[in-house]
Design a protein around this ligand. Structure first.
Ligand code: SF4
Ligand code: FES
Length: 271
């Protein structure tokens, strides 16, 4: 639990930011003093202010990724004081407020670091590996056309709730950044479970888990060694129980695949 700075007084901090002009350029930390910080500013607003000052003085603004600024899109990916998304629990970087810090703090800001997330510039990383994992199986086959009646396929409440919990994943990549193995298991488990818990996700249930895990491995993410750093930093509090759920599906899918006729060796089909 992080004690909040409840004083409304302006205060001063130093941002120690990772600067790197490009993927193969050398990187280093650079200090930026930030004066008269309003405790009600968001962390990204402080970066905006620092960037305004840098631009006015002819410097190169700090490149950082952001979009919705309300914890929905998963774009804002910074490690702050050694923790993906910074201090606090269940929040993305854009939901972090300066009242979390105090006078004189030196705040260390880095990009998410993982081999599968190559650095683009400064704090910006390339998370297209997540898109590729999704493309490998994160979908369902449906007939397009008019929307079906909402109650035409009953879904048990417990399953609907669990699927909704998994669907909360915003694909930010903090789980990967926090893991010593750079594993994407929590992300993949959330995506696999979100669909595998629902009737509509059954046709590809087993091919999905095999294909998404294979793609995760191929793209250079590590394996899970049950440290659960991932769920500890997840801004959507995705439970590591989903990893166990995915592993069970993976085991069933592997057995089905091993005994499937050659023409159906992808493991597709439920039941
Ligand atoms: S599981 Fe959590 S930390 Fe990982 S990508 Fe999804 S929202 Fe981000
Ligand atoms: S900017 Fe969208 S989640 Fe932070």
């Amino acid at each position: 639990m992080v004690a909040a700075n409840t004083s409304k007084k302006l205060f001063n901090v130093t941002l120690r930011v990772w600067r790197q002009a490009g993927p193969s350029a050398p990187g280093r930390f650079v200090d930026y003093p930030a004066k008269d910080v309003n405790p009600d500013m968001s962390f990204l607003e402080l970066l905006d202010v620092v960037n305004d000052d840098l631009t006015r003085s002819g410097g190169e603004p700090i490149a950082f990724a952001h979009d919705c600024r309300e914890g929905i899109c998963g774009t804002c990916s910074c490690t702050i004081n050694g923790k993906p998304h910074g201090p606090g629990q269940g929040i993305a970087t854009c939901q972090l407020y300066m009242r979390t810090f105090k006078e004189g703090d030196v705040i260390i800001v880095e990009p998410f670091r993982a081999r599968a997330f190559p650095l683009v510039k400064d704090l910006v990383i390339d998370r297209s590996a997540f898109d590729k994992i999704q493309q490998a199986g994160g979908f369902i086959s449906v007939r397009t056309g008019a929307a079906p009646d909402a109650n035409s396929i009953p879904v048990p409440k417990a399953d609907a709730d669990l699927a909704m919990d998994a669907a909360a994943c915003i694909g930010c990549g903090a789980c990967v950044a926090a893991c010593k193995n750079s594993s994407a298991m929590l992300f993949v488990a959330a995506k696999v479970s979100q669909l595998g818990l629902l009737p509509q996700g059954q046709p590809e249930r087993y091919s999905r888990v095999l294909n998404m895990v294979a793609k995760m491995d191929e793209l250079g993410f590590g394996n899970c060694t049950n440290q659960y750093e991932c769920s500890a930093v997840c801004p959507k509090l995705i439970s590591h129980d989903f990893i166990a759920r995915m592993n069970r599906d993976y085991l069933v899918a592997s057995v089905k695949s091993a005994f499937a006729p050659v023409s159906n060796a992808s493991g597709g089909g439920a039941g």
